[in-house]
Design a protein around this ligand. Sequence first.
Ligand code: ADP
Length: 200
Amino acid sequence: MFVVGLTGGIASGKSTVARLFARRGADVIDTDAVAREVVRPGSDGLTAVVDAFGKDVLTQDHCLDRRALRALIFDDEAARRRLESILHPRIEAAVRERIAASPGPYIVLVVPLLVESGWHEWVDRVAVVDVEEAHQIERLAERDDHTHEQARAALAAQTSRAHRLAHADDVIDNRGPPEALRDAVDALHERYLALATGGR
Ligand code: ADP
């Protein structure tokens, strides 16, 4: 199955673009959703997290208490690595299962940290949603009610725009209005359909 890795900085428009691809018939896999799935109540992922970090990371109804977990790994590099070693292999296995079961015609795999995770090396194509950092800060402030300072800190925690773009096969420019974005996705959808069916 032909897999397009879709990435972009925080609040660049990844979810918006993924929705547009889904509407055109692409099979969209959202790794954030998969990441939640692997620690759902009763999962072996959640059991492993509790074994490593204790029962305090559970809410009263046996769900993962993300806030408590974040507090535990905040400023603790070893704890963060330990958590990643539990989550990452499970997320990757679940994503590969979803890919194997995909009805096609091609997959858009939304991975916020595509370049950071190294997944750009195995997907068939890398599409990057690109905006200027000033746009990201504005949209992040509006969407998540962040201060500009919080938004800037969130951006600083990710790879740089230039580094991400260096790995792009396709750049989706989201500096314009939503109509321009729809046109860009229309064109890419046609290209991906052709690539997926071998018409290079
Ligand atoms: P991401 O998934 O990359 O974090 P979103 O798709 O949630 O980003 O977009 C961030 C915010 O910016 C959302 O509120 C979205 O509606 C808005 N947005 C996305 N694209 C545009 C655009 N071209 N013009 C104006 N607002 C946009």
